[in-house]
Design a binder for this molecule. Structure first.
Ligand code: PAF
Length: 278
């Protein structure tokens, strides 16, 4: 497995065998089974697999959140080697944003809702860095997790709008045996916090069950989820949403499927989760 930081080395490795297909898995490191599921899917669908590891400062709203973001490069590299990854790209801040850097990629409408409303500027940071990764690496396919449902929608919009020549592959959410969606942030939860954090997936599951039993009214479903979360000590709801899967606009009655999503603080750690009604 080759590990390179410099763009010139990445380009050389990427184009060494032009006829081979490449899958790229963009990450911010501190890898878990969720990332590895993307890597395995990329391996199954491409001749070669590359993973980028870069904690992108421009997508963090609070410097405290950026500082607290967990990092362990040596552990990440060992995990990726064990998965048979061909190439790991570890750009430095100076590689990504050299002195004099002044360009950003902005997706407008769908970035103003949900995560975008709570984290102004977050998606501009994401789309800018992802556009740079795509431009440098030019993968045939790029792999993202459904856990960041809005991120997926925003990146798909950017790829359509800017005519990037690649396929975005969206992989299902990986959960632990109790239903907690895997996230690098889970490592900051206490043992008890981890148990209480199950309220996100439980609330979503109970709303999907109520929908399957005939409840289509989103106000009722959101009240159910809110009550469930508010019952849990140390929880604070940022948002609970039932939205159209493409536009991410809130809906009142579920007629053509929906994205149920939420962001909830458990002991000041912000967690997100979602489920789709087809
Ligand atoms: O999902 C993430 O880990 C990040 O937002 C991404 C896509 C790697 C961009 O920094």
């Amino acid at each position: 497995m080759n590990v390179f930081g410099k763009i010139v080395d990445i380009r050389k490795a990427r184009w060494a065998n032009r006829q081979e297909s490449w899958g790229l898995v963009p990450t911010m490191g501190f890898l878990h089974e969720g990332h590895l599921s993307l890597v395995r899917r990329a391996k199954a669908e491409n001749d070669r697999v590359a993973v980028s590891i870069f904690v992108n400062p421009t997508q963090f709203n609070e410097s405290s959140d950026l500082d607290a973001y967990p990092r362990d490069l040596q552990r990440d590299l060992a995990m990726l080697k064990a998965e048979g990854v061909d190439l790991v790209w570890t750009p430095t801040i100076e590689d990504a944003y050299p002195t004099g850097y002044q360009t950003n990629v902005t997706v407008t409408d769908i970035t103003t809702k949900l995560e975008g409303a709570s984290r102004p500027g977050h998606f501009q940071g994401v789309t800018t860095v992802v556009a740079k990764l795509f431009n440098v690496f030019q993968p045939d396919r790029a792999y993202f997790g459904q856990k960041d449902a809005q991120q997926v929608a925003v990146i798909q919009q950017m790829v359509r709008d800017l005519n990037f020549n690649l396929n975005i592959v969206v992989c299902p959410i990986e959960r632990d045996e109790h239903g907690l969606a895997l996230s690098s942030r889970n490592s900051r939860l206490s043992e008890d916090g981890r148990k209480r954090a199950l309220c996100l997936s439980q609330a979503l599951r109970s709303a999907v069950a109520a929908y399957n039993d005939g409840e289509k009214n989103c106000t009722t479903l959101k009240l159910m989820m809110t009550a469930h979360i508010n019952n849990v000590a140390g929880s604070k709801i940022d948002y609970i949403s039932i939205a159209d899967r493409m536009s991410l606009d809130e809906i009142e009655i579920i007629e053509n499927g929906a994205l149920l999503s939420m962001a909830v603080f458990i002991d000041d750690i912000r967690l997100i989760d979602n489920m789709i009604i087809e």
